[in-house]
Design a protein around this ligand. Structure first.
Ligand code: SAM
Length: 163
C-alpha cells in the first residue's frame, strides 16, 4: 500500500469514528474533547457533528487554519499531561466523546504518550461515552469497538467506556 493510500485510510477511519460517536451518543450529556488541534481539520468536523455541545480543545500551541481556531474559553494550551488533569481540577463535566489525535512521527513516543494519558482519559470520559484515538489504549473499562471495513488496519481505535 502506498503512503498516500495509508494516509487516506487513516483519515477515513478518523472520520468514521467521529461520525459513529455522533450517531450513537443519544441522550448522553457532556462536552466533546479534542486532543490535538493540529491544523484544525478534525476540530472543524467535530463542530459540524456536534453543533450543540461545547468542544474543549487541547494542544501545545495553536497552529490551525484561521477558520478553525477555537474560542479562548474552550482552549487548553500546554502539554496534555498537565492540561488534562487541569480540566478535571476545574470541575468541568465528564466528556461524552473524546477524540485524541496525538501521534507524532515518533512511534515509540506516541505509544508512550497514549499510555501516560489513558488513565486520565478514562477519568474524564463519562460512563457510556466514546473515545477515538490514533493510538491503541489499554484500560479495563474501555471496550474496543469495531466499525466494519474501516478500522481493520489498526490505523484508528474506537472505544466505549463500559462503566
Ligand atoms: N487532529 C488534527 C487535525 O485534524 O489537524 C491533527 C493533530 S496532530 C496529528 C497532533 C497534535 O498534537 C499536534 O498539533 C501537536 O502539537 C499535539 N501534541 C502532540 N503531543 C502533545 C503533547 N504532549 N501535549 C500537547 N499537545 C501535543
Amino acid at each position: 500500500m502506498s503512503r498516500l493510500d495509508a494516509f487516506i485510510r487513516r483519515m477515513q477511519a478518523q472520520r468514521a469514528c467521529i461520525d459513529a460517536a455522533a450517531a450513537n451518543l443519544g441522550g448522553l450529556t457532556g462536552p466533546i474533547l479534542e486532543l490535538g488541534l493540529g491544523n484544525g481539520r478534525t476540530y472543524d468536523h467535530l463542530r459540524v457533528c456536534f453543533p450543540d455541545r461545547p468542544i474543549y480543545v487541547f494542544d501545545r500551541h495553536v497552529a490551525a487554519h484561521p477558520d478553525c481556531i477555537p474560542p479562548t474559553q474552550f482552549l487548553r494550551l500546554g502539554d496534555f499531561r498537565a492540561t488534562l488533569p487541569g480540566y478535571l481540577e476545574e470541575g468541568q463535566p465528564s466528556a461524552a466523546f473524546v477524540h485524541a489525535d496525538i501521534g507524532s512521527g515518533d512511534e515509540r513516543a506516541s505509544l508512550r504518550l497514549a499510555a501516560d494519558l489513558a488513565p486520565i482519559l478514562v477519568k474524564i470520559l463519562a460512563s457510556r461515552g466514546y473515545l477515538a484515538c490514533d493510538q491503541p489504549l489499554v484500560e479495563a473499562s474501555l471496550e474496543k469497538l469495531t466499525i466494519s471495513g474501516v478500522l481493520d488496519g489498526g490505523r484508528y481505535h474506537f472505544y466505549l467506556r463500559r462503566d
